[in-house]
Design a protein around this ligand. Structure first.
Ligand SMILES: Nc1nc2c(ncn2[C@@H]2O[C@H](COP(=O)(O)OP(=O)(O)OP(=O)(O)O)[C@@H](O)[C@H]2O)c(=O)[nH]1
Ligand SMILES: [Mg+2]
Length: 327
């Protein structure tokens, strides 16, 4: 996954390291030309160490801008990356053998800053309150229903009780799709008919969970775009009536540059608590994920890495970035 982005990040590390290393040679020659006595110690130090300038960093980002934009990293995210790399590196004296490692570590640190927007401890939430209602929302076809099934299995395997709410009463066959997963996983599905009120279905599921002492209600909703006023209003009603504990925006990581816009509009409309990125297994670019995190600054609950129920990874920003930047 993220082959393209990894390649571009690795290139960035190499190019910045090269810039710093090259200047070392220039400095060595200049100093040796002077050949003043007493300078020997200083020359040796200069040869072993090299100072990173703001110009080095600017020039790297100028060179890499197109590639990083191609990897779907937004301009505002790029600006932030550049600024933070400068904060950490500009003016620093780096030892010769450590330049590449230091540059890599710095990039890693800045990417973690963007991806690490806290975490959601859903098991902690259920200790404080039962049932926990989690509503899954997002654009069409992003993987909401599949993610509900994955999280349902994950929670059931951990010993929690789960009920599913068929809150997508809009798209043809959506209720059957959720029931299919419910049957396979042994999870009850609360449903009404097509065209019925989504908020009411979820309300019933919560009541059912209260009556039966069930830990989690995972509520499906119809896919929608912010341009669809009726469906956006419906979503607002779902939230107003049911006051879910968590509103999780599910986004298809393959959507690239659209992710920033999706994250912003859903957050502005209903206020999201966290995000799930799906189809990370087939994603080469990955910069859209980074940019969406930077735009809304919400934690990533988990990532979807395939079509089977177990293809779900709890998001660990440090591990994720380490894998991206490598080294
Ligand atoms: N490769 C891969 N495919 C996924 C992943 N998550 C979901 N999918 C696939 O994406 C397609 C759409 O998934 P759904 O769960 O139906 O998406 P949805 O958001 O509920 O769609 P609507 O209800 O129509 O808005 C299905 O074919 C899923 O198998 C993932 O993490 N990786
Ligand atoms: Mg669905």
């Amino acid at each position: 996954m993220f082959g393209f982005l990894k390649k571009k990040l690795s290139e960035s590390v190499e190019r910045l390291s090269d810039k710093i290393k090259k200047k070392e040679v220039v400095e060595k020659v200049e100093k040796e030309e002077k050949k003043k006595p007493g300078l020997k110690g200083k020359i040796v130090k200069k040869i072993l160490e090299r100072k990173v300038s703001e110009k080095d960093i600017d020039s790297l980002f100028n060179e890499m801008e197109v590639s990083l934009l191609e990897a779907n990293i937004s301009l505002e995210t790029l600006d932030f990356l550049k600024k933070r790399v400068k904060d950490y590196l500009a003016g620093k004296q780096l030892r010769k053998g450590q330049i590449e490692k230091k540059v890599r570590n710095t990039l890693e640190k800045v990417l973690v800053e963007i991806f690490d927007q806290g975490s959601i401890d859903i098991e902690g939430v259920v200790k404080a309150k039962k049932p926990v209602c989690i509503v899954f929302l997002g654009f069409n076809g992003t993987g909401k229903t599949t993610s509900i099934a994955k999280l349902g299995k994950y929670l059931k395997d951990k010993g929690y009780s789960v009920v599913l709410a068929a809150g997508d009463t809009f798209r043809a066959a959506s209720i059957e799709q959720l029931e299919f997963h419910g049957n396979k996983l042994g999870l009850k599905v609360i449903k009404h008919g097509y065209g019925s009120d989504s908020a009411a279905v979820i309300y019933d599921a919560i009541e059912h969970a209260k009556a039966k002492g069930i830990d989690f209600v995972l509520a499906d909703t119809a896919g929608r775009s912010h341009a669809n006023r009726n469906l956006m209003d419906e979503l607002k009603k779902v939230v107003r009536v049911n006051k879910p504990d968590l509103k999780i925006l599910v986004m298809d990581s393959l959507s690239g540059n659209d992710l920033v816009e999706q994250a912003r509009t859903f957050d502005e409309s209903v206020g999201i608590d966290g995000m799930i990125f799906t189809k990370v297994d087939v994603n080469e670019k990955g910069g859209g994920m980074l940019s969406a995190c930077f735009a809304v600054k919400k934690p990533i609950l988990f990532i979807g890495v395939g079509q089977s129920y177990d293809d779900i990874e709890i998001f660990d920003p440090k591990k994720f970035v380490r894998d991206l930047v490598g080294g």
